[in-house]
Structure formats: C-alpha cells, structure tokens
Write a protein that binds this ligand. Structure first.
Ligand code: CA
Length: 487
C-alpha cells in the first residue's frame, strides 16, 4: 500500500475522537454513471440514492477498477489488480475460489479490527479448492476470506446454480434431489432455451440458452435442487430481507461491516411485479427502482435501529452500464431516452469511461460533509486501506499491494485521491492508465489511444498522433505497473 496523501494526518486527527463507525458497502451491479437521479438521470427515479448523496458526498471520478464483475470484486476484496492473476475473468458458477484464504481482505482486516462481518448478495469469486459440490458444505468461501456470515448468490443471476448459499450450504436443498452443475457438457434432461424457446419469459443469445430455470435460460447447465431454486422476481426482496436481518442482529458496542452486493441491475433484469412499468426505461429502469428501494430499506433500518449516525454507508457499482446482447428484454431500444452511462463513451466490458467510471456515494453523518461533490480519483480497489484506516486498523504487511489509502478523500471532498490508476477491460488485457487528466487506452494489436479527460470526458478526440511523447511516457508507466511482481 502506498501512502500518498499529505492529508492523512488530518484523517487520523479527525478519527482520534470518534469510535470506529459501522460500515455498510452497497455494491450494485452494472449500474452506469448516468443511471441515478443524483448523476443526472430523469427517466428513472432514485429518491433514496439521491437522498444518500444529499446527506453525503457524491464522487465524479470514481472507478470500478475492472469493467466486468469478477475483476472488480477481486480488486475490492484484495486491494490487488485482478489482471495480475490469470483466471480472474468472469467466473463460471462452478469456479474454484479465486482469492487465497491467507490473503488480507476487507472483511479479514475489519475482523482484526473487532468488526462483526457479513456478506449478503452476489459473490462471483469462486468457491472451494476443487469444483464445488453444492450438496455438501462448500469451503473455502466467503467465511475463509473473512465474512463471519454469508448469504450469497454463488456467481450471477444469469448463471447456474440458481440457488442461494448461506454459510456454505445451499438454502432449502432437499437431499433427495441433489444438485449437479456443468459448464460446457450438457447434463440432465431439463429443457434448454435453444430447445424450448416457447418456455422463455425473455429471449436469450445462444450463450445464455442452456438450462431453463424459472422461465429464463442460463449460462451453464443444472439438474436437481428444484425446491432450492430462486425466483428471479423475488431476489431483491430476499437479499434486502437478509441484509435487514443482519443489521437487526448486531449487538451494541461492537462495530459491524455489511457488504451488500445486489443482483440489481445485472441481467436477467426481471423486476418484481410491483416495480414493473414504474419507470420510463422498461424493465431496466424498473430494476433501478427496485435497487433504489433496497437502498431505502437499508437506510430506514439503520435509522430505526438508531445506527445511522454511527455508520459509514458507501454505494457504488462494479462496472458501467451494459448495452445488452445477451437477454433481449427490449430495453436497448430505450437507451436513447436516457443513456446508461450518461455522456461517457463505451459500456461495460470496455476501457472507455463508460466501462469503469461509476456512481460512488459516501455518507457518515457528522464526519463527511453533506451535499458535497468530490472530484478525487479513486478506485474500488482502494477501499481495503481506506476502510482499515477509518476502522483504526493497521494493515498486515503486503496487504492491498495495488491499493492507495483514499480515506482522506472519503472524509473530505476537498482532498486529493490517487494520482494514477490502472483500468481493466473484459480480460487480462488490454489495460488503460489514468495519470491526472490523461488516459492511455492500450490496444493489444494496435496503436494506443490518448485522451485528455479534463476537456474531453466523452473521449471523442484521440490525441495519440499529436502527443507522441505523452503516449510514450504513459506507455512506459503502464509497462512498469504491469511488470511489478507482488507474488
Ligand atoms: Ca457487473
């Protein structure tokens, strides 16, 4: 971890008089920079998130680090860039664990600090050291990485197995109806989306046309576990209820850390009937309303329990908004009404800003000023040292090797964040590098692109040809970053 902030002592001074706060980190999925009212959206309504922003700081230059799910979650948990470790791309539902249980993580460090820790929601970082057997206790998993309580979606909503796993066990599993999961090889006799499109609620591309669960075809096959399978329309309710229950169980005098990783608004976007038709952007907008409702329930619970003023709430997204080519629910045609990534170029999976610049809101009443905006550069990868500092916990040696302690920026909207940040596409390569306002977008088999985000946030003018010296400088810096070897 690098200490690059001269304001660090101010953070320590500010924190010296305060008990460590509870921390609630809500990580939404695939929510773009233009998807929330407080970031300019008008065709969806996000009153709870807008309120969170009014009561805290809204960041304008925060990045998911990766531009798809698994790399961002890996980087958040470990403070290490996912591209340093092969095999950390979008994980299948039967992947083995991607982070070694000995690695210092956000929850393990906060456990050391005395926090009660829990995860509710999407995991997508693999389970077990061999292909997981979902009929047994599955280990290692979230617990071995530091979460005392876990209630997870193993991978994503569009992937098998379509079940929740609580503390290592599939919830509601009937031992007489064991689960089998397969990626690649067809198993069982249940219909697939390719065979029975007449059974589908929404059409899907061939990759998402394997086993049909709840009228939705998935990536991957599964058999068994019939009673344990989720109903997509109820996932937000289930996760919200578990998050609220976690908060209600906390004991006075011991701080807690809740990582609430929502399914919303990842595909398949299947809103509960009470949210259908409530937005002007089809089901995609309706699941944004559903996400906002979840945030509202968490905030209301903190208030009801008298915990709001003692709790740091951080909200963000794991990558930018997607233009769907997987499930066809008709909402791509509505993006013109309200672009998911606002003025940004690119989408989920790309190295342009629309792939990785995300909403980021932080609220801690009395410690973070209300209603401010921060232009500090930061990444979700930085939350490991930032949360550790705020919790008053020293990091173990070697923890978060790529992370920068941005706690000063979290608490003070005038403070600087990082000076540079590496960004990852949908894969180990190519990478992009931010240094100040400059952004180098690498290309594996072509000339890199260069943008000045201070004058061209939409990345419309490639300056590589007119700024060859800067391209060379940033290319060298990116290569040096890539060649660091942390083991
Ligand atoms: Ca995602």
């Amino acid at each position: 971890m690098k200490i690059s902030l001269s304001l660090g002592w101010l953070v320590l001074a500010a924190l010296a008089s305060a008990a460590p706060p509870n921390i609630v980190f809500i990580l939404s999925d695939d929510v773009g920079y233009g998807d929330l009212g407080c970031y300019g959206a008008t065709k969806v309504k996000t009153p709870h998130l807008d309120r969170l922003a009014r009561e805290g700081v809204r960041f304008t230059d925060a990045h998911a680090t990766g531009s798809v799910c698994t790399p961002t979650r890996y980087a958040f948990m470990s403070g290490r860039y996912a591209w340093r470790q092969p095999g950390t791309g979008i994980a299948p539902g039967n992947a083995t664990i991607l982070i070694k249980p000995t690695t210092p993580t956000v929850p393990s460090v906060l456990t050391q600090a005395g926090y009660a820790t829990g995860i509710v929601g999407k995991w997508h970082l693999g389970l077990g050291t061999t292909t997981p057997d979902f009929n047994q206790e599955i280990t290692p998993g979230p617990r071995e990485l530091g979460f005392a309580y876990s209630f997870i979606i193993p991978a994503t909503g569009d992937r098998t197995p379509c079940v929740f796993v609580e503390n290592g066990r599939v919830v509601g599993l009937d031992p007489a109806d064991p689960i089998a999961v397969s990626y690649g090889v067809r198993i069982g006799t249940e219909p697939t989306g390719l065979e029975r499109p007449d059974l589908l609620k929404i059409k899907a591309d061939p990759n998402h046309s394997q086993t049909i669960v709840n009228g939705i075809s998935r990536v991957g096959y599964m058999t068994g576990g019939t009673k344990a399978r989720w109903v997509d329309e109820d996932i937000a309710d289930t996760l919200t209820q578990r998050a609220v229950a976690f908060l209600e169980k906390q004991k006075a005098g011991r701080p807690f850390f809740l990582y609430l990783a929502t399914h919303d608004i990842h595909e398949p976007m299947v809103p509960h009937p009470r949210f259908r038709g409530t937005s002007e952007c089809g089901w995609r907008g309706d699941v944004i309303h559903q996400l906002d409702w979840t945030v509202g329930e968490v905030l209301a619970t903190l208030e009801r329990l008298g915990l709001a003023k003692d709790t740091l709430v951080v909200f963000s997204s794991d990558n930018g908004g997607a233009i769907k080519n997987t499930y066809d629910d008709g909402t791509n045609a509505l993006h013109a009404r309200q672009p998911p990534n606002g003025v940004l170029r690119g989408t989920k999976g790309t190295l342009y800003e629309g792939g990785h610049r995300v909403p980021f809101i932080a609220r801690w009443p009395g410690h973070i000023p209300a209603g401010k905006e921060s232009a500090a550069l930061l990444g979700l990868i930085d939350l490991l040292p930032a949360f550790a500092t705020i919790a008053g916990q020293k990091l173990p040696a070697g923890a978060g090797p790529d992370a920068v302690d941005v706690s000063a920026a979290l608490l003070n909207p005038a403070a600087m964040g990082r000076t540079s940040l590496v960004l990852q596409s949908n894969g180990q390569q190519p990478l992009a590098l931010r240094v100040g306002p400059w952004k180098l977008v690498g290309r594996p088999n072509g000339a890199a692109e260069l943008y000045d985000l201070s004058t061209d946030l939409s990345e419309t003018k490639n300056l590589a040809a007119t700024e060859p010296a800067r391209v060379k400088e940033l290319t060298t810096l990116l290569a040096a970053e890539r060649d660091k070897d942390f083991h």
